[in-house]
Write a protein that binds this ligand. Structure first.
Ligand code: PRP
Ligand code: URA
Length: 213
């Protein structure tokens, strides 16, 4: 959608991700299908986001003999931003059931587009873990910037963002404060409109997941 590239942004172009993204962009897709498909896309994207995770060798006894295997070396913490991040976090958690989950409640003021934080429940001792902050929409990036501020206050240094649709303006804004964070998205769309919505986007993600429009 945009020709621009950023060194810290990975666009997941897998055809199944792109085909499913097309389904949820469709304004005629209803709440039930939207919620199911957003979870599926998140699960598929989690494969890509965890591709470089370090492993530790361990032996395993099969019914026939001993062979070399591995275990994931570091703990993982998922941090969905309420509300819309919940729809994706469920899908990621299915793939990574041992991950701990923290929640940040953030909404943006409709007029100023400034993020308002209303809930913060992170697990203890997440500094040593790899943290994935999850929100389908990276628009102005106010919400993700505020979320990453909170996560960094815990001492965490390995932080990735998992989103579905990003705006170029939002990526620039996030990079201005948190250029060390890797961003994984299924699409970088064209731009924001004058109300801060992503074009072409998919509308209001929270409303479409929870049927509140
Ligand atoms: C949406 C979305 C992001 C935020 C993105 O949440 O889920 O959190 O907007 O916009 P930004 O990048 O400009 O901050 P919203 O504020 O609608 O809250 P909700 O999920 O509770 O509906
Ligand atoms: N939040 C959404 O849910 N959608 C947008 O397009 C922008 C912010």
């Amino acid at each position: 959608m945009t020709g621009r590239t950023w060194p810290n942004v990975t666009i997941i172009r897998h055809p199944i991700v792109q085909e499913r993204l097309t389904v949820i962009r469709d304004k005629n897709t209803g709440v039930e299908q939207f919620r199911r498909v957003i979870g599926l896309i998140a699960r598929l994207m989690a494969f890509e986001i965890t591709r470089d995770y370090p492993t530790t060798p361990r032996k395993v006894d099969t019914p026939l003999e001993t062979c070399d295997g591995c275990t994931l070396s570091r703990g993982l913490t998922l941090v969905p931003i309420l509300r819309a991040g919940l729809g994706m976090a469920e899908g990621v958690h299915q793939l990574l059931p041992s991950a701990r989950m923290g929640h940040l409640g953030i909404y943006r003021d409709e007029k100023t587009l400034e993020p308002i934080t209303y809930y913060n429940k992170l697990p203890p001792n997440i500094a040593e873990t790899d943290v994935i902050v999850i929100d389908p929409m990276l628009a102005t990036a106010g919400s993700l910037t505020a979320a990453i501020d909170v996560v960094k206050q815990t001492g965490a240094t390995s932080i990735k963002v998992l989103c579905l649709v990003a705006a170029p303006e939002g990526i620039d804004n996030l990079n201005a404060k948190h250029a060390d964070v890797q961003i994984y998205t299924a699409s970088v769309d064209r731009c924001l409109n004058d109300k801060g919505y992503i074009l072409p986007g998919l509308g209001d993600a929270g409303d479409r997941i929870f049927g509140t429009a």
